[in-house]
Design a binder for this molecule. Sequence first.
Ligand SMILES: *[C@@H]1O[C@H](CO)[C@@H](O)[C@H](O)[C@H]1NC(C)=O
Ligand SMILES: *[C@@H]1O[C@H](CO)[C@@H](O)[C@H](O)[C@H]1NC(C)=O
Ligand SMILES: *[C@@H]1O[C@H](CO)[C@@H](O)[C@H](O)[C@H]1NC(C)=O
Ligand SMILES: *[C@@H]1O[C@H](CO)[C@@H](O)[C@H](O)[C@H]1NC(C)=O
Ligand SMILES: *[C@@H]1O[C@H](CO)[C@@H](O)[C@H](O)[C@H]1NC(C)=O
Length: 415
Amino acid sequence: MCCSCCGVTQQKAWVFGLGTFFAVSGLLAIICWPGFIDSGIMKALPLTPTSKTFEKWEELPIPVYVYMYLWNWTNAADVQANGVKPIFAQLGPYVYREERKKMDLEWHDNGTVTFNPRRTWFWEEELSGGKQTDLITAPHLPSLAASNQMRNSNVFLKFMFNEALNANGGHLFVTHTAAEWLFESFYDEFLHYAMTLNNPLVPKIESDHFAWFLNRNGSKDFEGPFTVHTGVGDIKEMGEIKYWKGQNHTGWYDGECGRLNGSTTDLFVPDEPKEKALTIFIPDTCRIINLEFTGQSETIQGITGWKYEITPNTFDNGQINGNAKCWCPLERQPDNCPATGATDLGPCADGVPMYLSADHFMYADESYGSTISGYNPNYDQNNFYIIMERKMGVPLKVNANVMITLYIEPDSVIE
Ligand SMILES: *[C@@H]1O[C@H](CO)[C@@H](O)[C@H](O)[C@H]1NC(C)=O
Ligand SMILES: *[C@@H]1O[C@H](CO)[C@@H](O)[C@H](O)[C@H]1NC(C)=O
Ligand SMILES: *[C@@H]1O[C@H](CO)[C@@H](O)[C@H](O)[C@H]1NC(C)=O
Ligand SMILES: *[C@@H]1O[C@H](CO)[C@@H](O)[C@H](O)[C@H]1NC(C)=O
Ligand SMILES: *[C@@H]1O[C@H](CO)[C@@H](O)[C@H](O)[C@H]1NC(C)=O
């Protein structure tokens, strides 16, 4: 009965028909879907107050852990008394969880948004390799900064300065706890003295307390404002920095070296060729940093990303690559430029003799490390790299290692 209308031939036809339909639609799906996904995603990616990207951008949903290491100057007294070679021991990590939120959002018609980043740090005892109460001896930065400013003055002025420095809390080194050095801060007699000076030659000092991250915890007024492109109108601009503090140039280094470009590390341009280097700007480093394509890939939780890292060129000052000459501060050009491997942060640090390099002076000229003991560069530990998925422009793993060092030079007048 049932089969009067459906002969064997008809059944076959049905089966084949359906099969063909599935096969065709399957094929269509395979052919069309990547394009569909691409255009769908590329439409959804740009940053607007209602886009999916927005929430994760405004407030980073995953914890970021900052690993801080401090170097303990273990023979400081001996160096001061006998001029022996300084020895430093790396302590830490002192680990802080960092919460990031973008504040004071201002959307502009031309596809840009301006904001102030706010970072809040929380001590992570369990992850740390040191205690907040660890006592750490380090150079006394205020004395060092002031002495550096006076170095080229005439002997009489230097003599007067030396008297004032030694009578008002000047030191070669001081000892404080790790927590004080980083966030808690400590009262400093010399800073207090310098604050009351009212000398036009002295840079304006705002606090008689010192900490590397003084007043920065939970503050939205420290790093910004940033203006970045949202990707609206041009997805190839998404996340690109347009202005920082209203300028497209830091003003600290000449020409291209001061120009702001690249990502603020929150958003990256999607769908870029994998060979293209990544450029990032972090105000703490005073400069953009280029990370080069290595050709290596890594799969993290099933997603494959490419590796981008610093190279011996990254912190060059023109010795390896002539174009990098502009990293040498103008007042040190042409004959007194820092050796390759470290950027002089003086222009952005009120003249404090501070340097930025790869961790443990990796890739740096041997003159940097030869006068001290204790550092030991190791590619696996000290490399600065990002594993990046380029289709969506998402970092899968970030190991952003940098080292800040202070340059100390003996002086015949300043004790
Ligand atoms: C740092 O070095 C000093 C010697 O200068 C030492 O007394 C102190 O214990 C060291 N700190 C730590 C945490 O090891
Ligand atoms: C976008 O518009 C804002 C506000 O009008 C303006 O300040 C900024 O210069 C413009 N940015 C660019 C990249 O044109
Ligand atoms: C930062 O501030 C928050 C409160 O706003 C506080 O809970 C946290 O302990 C502070 N972090 C540090 C490192 O002082
Ligand atoms: C930077 O800003 C200056 C003026 O504010 C402008 O003349 C210059 O074209 C800008 N440079 C870039 C690369 O946007
Ligand atoms: C940013 O500028 C540097 C130096 O001019 C250049 O090497 C790099 O390719 C630029 N990056 C981007 C994303 O434009």
